[in-house]
Design a binder for this molecule. Structure first.
Ligand code: ADP
Length: 163
């Protein structure tokens, strides 16, 4: 049984994340999509909202999917869940240095767990949750960047903020 985990902030989920999820499902028997609770980033959506988005947008075909959130060290959570490998996405060189440092630290904390990097698909390589939030906050069209459910949540959020 190969158990993979795809951890992240997912604030919010984008088509770039979804592509990594779809491809990860093909290389494991079970995939945990895990929302990190301890991110230093200031979030637009609560953990519960991000979990709801993931549950709505991630179709359970192929590998079994578990959607979860975790507190504290990823390495400890992985040990608790008997994870074999961590999946991370790489968009460009700018992601590399940060991801490399985290992968080395996780290897030190949990030597049996591998980190696997997936290159972003060309058409998604410029998509980040931050860019999506920025564009949506000014009323821009994000329909090709995120699932429709996320688009609706962003619209709700920014309309509410403007009132
Ligand atoms: P984190 O705060 O952990 O970086 P993110 O939600 O921003 O969380 O991203 C989670 C993972 O998904 C990271 O490995 C990130 O590099 C990757 N990722 C984000 N956007 C994309 C994309 N458009 N294509 C491929 N991978 C991506």
């Amino acid at each position: 049984m190969r158990i993979g985990i795809y951890p992240g902030s997912f604030d919010p989920l984008t088509n770039g994340h979804l592509d990594i999820i779809e491809r990860s499902k093909k290389i494991c028997d079970s995939l945990i999509i895990a929302v990190a609770k301890n991110s230093a980033k200031k979030a637009l959506f609560t953990i519960e909202e991000r979990l709801e988005i993931l549950a709505t947008c991630c179709v359970c075909e192929g590998a079994a999917i578990e959607i979860a959130s975790f507190d504290g060290l990823l390495a400890e959570y992985c040990k608790k869940k008997s994870v074999n490998f961590i999946v991370r996405g790489l968009r460009a060189i700018v992601d590399f240095e940060y991801e490399y440092a985290i992968a080395l630290m996780n290897k030190k904390l949990a030597p049996d767990i591998e980190t696997i990097f997936m290159m972003s698909r060309g058409e998604y390589s410029f998509i980040s949750s931050n860019i999506v939030k920025e564009v949506a906050s000014y009323g821009g069209d994000v329909s090709t960047l995120v699932p429709q459910f996320v688009q609706e949540k962003l619209q709700e959020r920014f309309v509410t903020k403007c009132i």
